[in-house]
Structures are given as structure tokens and as C-alpha cells.
Design a protein around this ligand. Structure first.
Ligand code: PMP
Length: 363
């Protein structure tokens, strides 16, 4: 064990949301009686176009997938106005974040990220033996001036999530531009936009639009959230072609399977599904905010498909009581937010089941 990369033994494993069938077994209930609002998944169910695309792939399981993801890269290129050579496909965007760490971080170097940053940044950073350069948040949001000031000679990468998970906070164009102006060219800035499709704020910096201005910018996106493909594991990075070239060198040859590739192409074309996802999210967010206000609970206003609510005391017993009622949400104590629970936005009915359970628990 002493031979493990320094940092690996110290890292905290990623804690996923409890699976629905596991809780159903625990409670001796049918899975249909379980509500899971824990992993920021899309509550809409799959797009029919995606299911058809997957069906069409079934005859081809004996062949390796297209290791270069030609069709998906072409579709992404057309949709987002970037070159295929700027794209790196990943087994979820987690994979891409990990590729960035493997290509650019090593012992003696560090990655800057915010106090309440997404759990994969510390994992990928420590997995390659690099240091975490963690910057305190400001009102739960990234403190971009402080993050710029934290960059030192050993900094290779800065991870920013916009919106951030688990806080749902966003930073504006002006804040982002001021930050980028202070970052040395040799430092890569990873702008993780896993939830960008949900954002409606006109001041929101669309990372892809900034790529021509900043050669050191890497934008990551995912098909897991608004596009509804979490189980298929497909995400991507868009960057300067030379950065993409390096990321593609460390990538496993067939990291995205043929179902995921076909499904992502279909999902990208299904504009109606995306619009429905966003509308459902807006309605659900309003429903939960209203319920929290009625219960006099404070919450962090969120631009994503989840919201973190503060109980002002240890939230673990509330989480446990919700589980006993068949409702799975996400404790965020491991993010340093022990009084909060993070609730993913569900369907109207799922949200209501959660609200009713919470009301009973708090009564
Ligand atoms: N970034 C952020 C901020 C996330 O919240 C998530 C999902 N939890 C991801 C990246 C990774 O998602 P995926 O690997 O499914 O693309």
C-alpha cells in the first residue's frame, strides 16, 4: 500500500446517491414508491429519439465503438460552432476532468478550486499526487478574486463550476472576464458547465463563446443533466486544439461506448426534449422555493437543476427521516455543509412527495 501515489490514501471516495432499488429493498417497498431527488438527474425520463437511437445500435455490440467519436464530434461542432479538433469526448464529464488532471497535474503542482467545489476535483487532483489549493467561498459562491490571488508558481489548473454543485451559484460575465485577466497564460482554467443548459441569467458567461479569446480555457459539458443521459456516461471538453490533442492522447481508446455516442447525437437533435427539461426544471424550482419559504427554511438560490436547503442544524436526522419515507435526497456534509440537504428538481409529483414528507418530519 505504501507504493500508492501520495494523496490517494487520503482522498475521500465519491459518495453517490443511494440507488432506488436499494432503498426499496431496505423498506420492503416497490421501487415505484421511492422518490429519488439525489443525483441531479433529469426527471423527464428518456427521449424517444434517444431510445430509438440506442435500439438501432443493438445489432452492433460485438464491434468496438468509434474511438474517435466522429459523428458525435461533428454534431457537437455543428451545434456549438467549434472545430472537431477542439473536442475531447469522455465517459461522462467526470472522465474529462480526470483526463485534465492526468495530463496537467503531478506531485509538486497544484489545482485551485473553491471550498464547496464538486467532489471530483479533489479526487482527480489527489489521484495524481498533486496538491489541492482550496480557496474559501464567499456567500457559498466562488470568490473569483481570491481564487486568482491563490494562483502560485506551482498552479497548473483552476477548476471553476458555473453553476456550482452543490451550491447552485453562478458568476457573471464581468466577474469571469476580470478573473481571466488575472490568470497567467500558462495556467489552464477549467470551466465546468455541467448545468449550463438550465441557466437563464443574461449575464451568464457562455464558456464556449470565450474559447477564441482564451487559449488556456477548457470548457466541460455533459449529456447527464438537461439531455437526460446520466446512465450512458457521456460528456466532453472543448478547448484549444493543442490542449484537446494532449487530452486525447491520455484518453482510453474507447472511453465512450456506441450506445452513448448514438444517444448523444440523438439527444443533441431533440430540441423539444431539452426545452421540456428546462421548463419542468423552472416549474419544479419555483415549487420547491415556495415550499421552503412556507416552511421558513433558507436556501441558496440555484441556477442548476437542484437546490441546497439549510435546516440550521445537523441535517443527517432529517435525511434519515426522509429515507424512511422513501425519499432519497443528497446530504452534503462531505462538502462541508452539514446543515444542508441538496434536493434535485423532480417532476411536480416527486417534488410534492418530498415536500409532504418534509412537512411531516418538521411538524
Ligand atoms: N461537474 C459537475 C459540477 C457535476 O455536478 C457533475 C455531476 N454530478 C459532473 C461534472 C459530472 O457529470 P457526468 O460525469 O455525469 O458528466
Amino acid at each position: 500500500l505504501d507504493g500508492a501515489v501520495e494523496g490517494v490514501a487520503k482522498l475521500h471516495p465519491y459518495i453517490p446517491g443511494k440507488p432506488v432499488d436499494e432503498l426499496a429493498r431496505d423498506l420492503n417497498l416497490n421501487v415505484d414508491n421511492i422518490v429519488k431527488l439525489a443525483s441531479n438527474e433529469n426527471p423527464l425520463g428518456p427521449s424517444q429519439k434517444v431510445l430509438d437511437a440506442i435500439q438501432a445500435q443493438l445489432s452492433d455490440v460485438t464491434r468496438y465503438p468509434d474511438g474517435n467519436g466522429f459523428e458525435l464530434k461533428s454534431a457537437l461542432s455543428a451545434r456549438y460552432g467549434v472545430d472537431s479538433g477542439q473536442i475531447t469526448l469522455g465517459n461522462g464529464s467526470n472522465d474529462v476532468l480526470d483526463l485534465i488532471a492526468r495530463a496537467f497535474l503531478k506531485p509538486g503542482k497544484n489545482a485551485v478550486f473553491s471550498q464547496f467545489a464538486f467532489a471530483v476535483y479533489p479526487i482527480s487532483t489527489q489521484a495524481v499526487g498533486a496538491e489541492m489549493n482550496i480557496v474559501p467561498a464567499k456567500n457559498f459562491a466562488h470568490d473569483l478574486p481570491a481564487m486568482a490571488a491563490a494562483i502560485n508558481d506551482q498552479t497548473q489548473v483552476v477548476f471553476l463550476a458555473n453553476p456550482n454543485n452543490p451550491t447552485g451559484t453562478v458568476f457573471s460575465r464581468t466577474e469571469f472576464e476580470a478573473f481571466m485577466a488575472k490568470v497567467p497564460d500558462r495556467v489552464l482554467v477549467v470551466l465546468d458547465e455541467a448545468y449550463s443548459e438550465y441557466v437563464e441569467n443574461p449575464d451568464y458567461p457562455d464558456g464556449l463563446g470565450y474559447l477564441p479569446s482564451y487559449a488556456n480555457l477548457i470548457v466541460t459539458r455533459t449529456f447527464s443533466k438537461a439531455f437526460g443521459l446520466a446512465s450512458l456516461r457521456v460528456g466532453f471538453a472543448v478547448s484549444h486544439p493543442q490542449v484537446a490533442d494532449l487530452l486525447n492522447r491520455v484518453r482510453q481508446p474507447f472511453n465512450v461506448d456506441s450506445f452513448a455516442l448514438a444517444a448523444a447525437v440523438a439527444a443533441l437533435a431533440d430540441v423539444e426534449y431539452l426545452e421540456k427539461s428546462k421548463a419542468l426544471n423552472d416549474q419544479g424550482m419555483a415549487q420547491l422555493e415556495e415550499a421552503f419559504k412556507a416552511l421558513a427554511l433558507s436556501y441558496i438560490p440555484s441556477a442548476g437543476n437542484f437546490i441546497s436547503v439549510d435546516f440550521g442544524r445537523d441535517a443527517a436526522p432529517i435525511n434519515q427521516a426522509l429515507l424512511e419515507k422513501g425519499v432519497i435526497v443528497r446530504p452534503v456534509a462531505n462538502y462541508g455543509m452539514p446543515t444542508f440537504l441538496r434536493i434535485s428538481i423532480g417532476t411536480k409529483q416527486e417534488n410534492q412527495t418530498f415536500i409532504d414528507a418534509l412537512k411531516e418530519i418538521l411538524a
